[in-house]
Design a protein around this ligand. Structure first.
Ligand code: SF4
Length: 395
């Protein structure tokens, strides 16, 4: 039995599938919150984690905000019944779509115990939002973030997507600036990937859409990086930017748990710390083995009725773990100790502007390499340059 300090619950419900989305979701007009929560309770009974305090609880999806504050409060109580109560200063994140977030719902979420919101904005351009099949407007995004702040949320993250097809004429710089104007504590910028089994994949396959070029996508990433870091956000992971000090009503608090506004939950993944995942398609890691659940909601329910929803597992060997540690180190601003056999290659990265080296540190510790934004753009190639050809799965 293991004590999990990091809990992920996949809430699969969305009101419509976005054009680019290949996540495990269930499109529902009316969300079966009680049925879903019963399923989580049953899955938890099969996992029997050792009771202990949780440092982070992350409700992702899907659209967890569709459960409503009452549903989320019930989920927290289900975890508590299993002995998993939030530790003091725990980070309790809920992903929310803007249309679900009014002043009233934000207040109710705070009362339920939520203290961090990740708002799926993606763009402020009405034509782009329509193309994405998003179910919110640009005005709703701005209003949602402001309402959450006014309600008292002190840790708010915004998601944006770049690298959209050029024909959309999307003004990426303007979108980034509008996001900055909302003064989020954290921002995630994701490059659009075109998955074959999506509406966008089909548009692309028949030539109705042409993917953005890698060069243009790289330019967009670098311009966003410049704007976000100038606005005071720290780039701590390839897609993630966080404030180091607060601007909410608890200004100076330094984020939930007093460690800046980095996502502590995602940081646990990147540090290979054990986590428990519940719900369809959720992954878990016990320090040795990764397990994942069946993806579809109906299948997850059936599997729970018949036994266990685990669909597969993998246990990495020492070489795979080493490769994963290298990939994760380069992915974050933590960087990586330079091994003697890498010295020439890493020095070449520095000459190219792809990395910086600090050290050697005190007591002869190894020098440390960290990628620059240009380096992050070619991370897979750099991992391969260290004789690790297969970039491992990215969580
Ligand atoms: S809201 Fe998120 S999870 Fe739901 S369909 Fe859109 S991208 Fe997918």
């Amino acid at each position: 039995m293991i004590t999990y300090q990091h809990i992920y619950i996949h809430v699969p419900f969305c009101s419509r599938r976005c054009s680019y989305c290949d996540f495990s979701i269930a499109v529902r007009k009316d969300v079966p919150a009680a049925e879903f929560i019963t399923g989580i309770r049953e899955e938890l009974a099969r996992r029997t984690p050792k009771p202990g305090p949780a440092a982070t609880i992350y409700l992702g999806g899907g659209t967890p905000s569709k459960l409503g504050a009452a549903g989320i409060a019930t989920l927290y109580s289900v975890l508590k019944d299993a002995g998993i109560a939030p530790a003091a200063g725990a980070e309790l994140t809920v992903e929310a779509n803007p249309e679900d977030l009014t002043g009233q719902t934000a207040e109710a979420l705070l009362v339920a115990g939520v203290n961090r919101l990740s708002v799926g904005v993606q763009s402020f351009d009405p034509a782009v939002l329509e193309w994405m099949h998003r179910t919110h407007t640009a005005d709703q995004s701005a209003a949602a973030v402001r309402a959450a702040r006014e309600a008292g949320f002190e840790d708010i993250s915004i998601d944006l997507i770049y690298a959209l097809p050029e024909r959309l004429n999307r003004d990426w710089d303007r979108d980034v600036d509008q996001a900055i104007e909302l003064e989020p504590d954290h921002l995630s910028v994701y490059g659009l990937t075109i998955e074959p089994r999506t509406v966008l994949g089909r548009w692309t396959a028949r030539g109705a859409e042409v993917p953005e070029t890698d060069d243009h996508a790289a330019e967009q990433f670098l311009r966003a990086h410049e704007r976000l870091t100038t606005a005071g956000l720290e780039h701590y992971e390839v897609s993630s930017y966080g404030r180091t000090t607060g601007i909410g009503s608890g200004s100076g608090r330094g984020g939930v748990g007093g460690r800046g506004y980095r996502s502590r939950h995602n940081s646990a993944y990147w540090q290979r710390v054990p986590y428990l995942g519940l719900g369809p398609s959720a992954h878990s890691y016990d320090g040795t083995t990764r397990r994942w659940n069946v993806a579809a909601y109906a299948e997850w329910q059936r599997a729970l009725a018949q036994g266990d929803p685990i669909a597969g597992s993998e246990t990495l060997d020492a070489d795979q773990i080493d490769e994963e540690l290298i990939y994760l180190g380069l992915r974050t601003s933590e960087g990586l100790d330079v091994r003697p056999e890498w010295s020439d290659r890493v020095l070449r990265w520095v000459e190219q502007g792809w990395a910086t080296i600090n050290g050697p540190g005190a007591a002869g510790s190894a020098p440390r390499v960290r990628l620059t934004p240009e380096g992050w753009l070619r991370m897979d190639a750099l991992v391969a340059d260290l004789d690790f050809p297969h970039a491992p799965g990215r969580t």
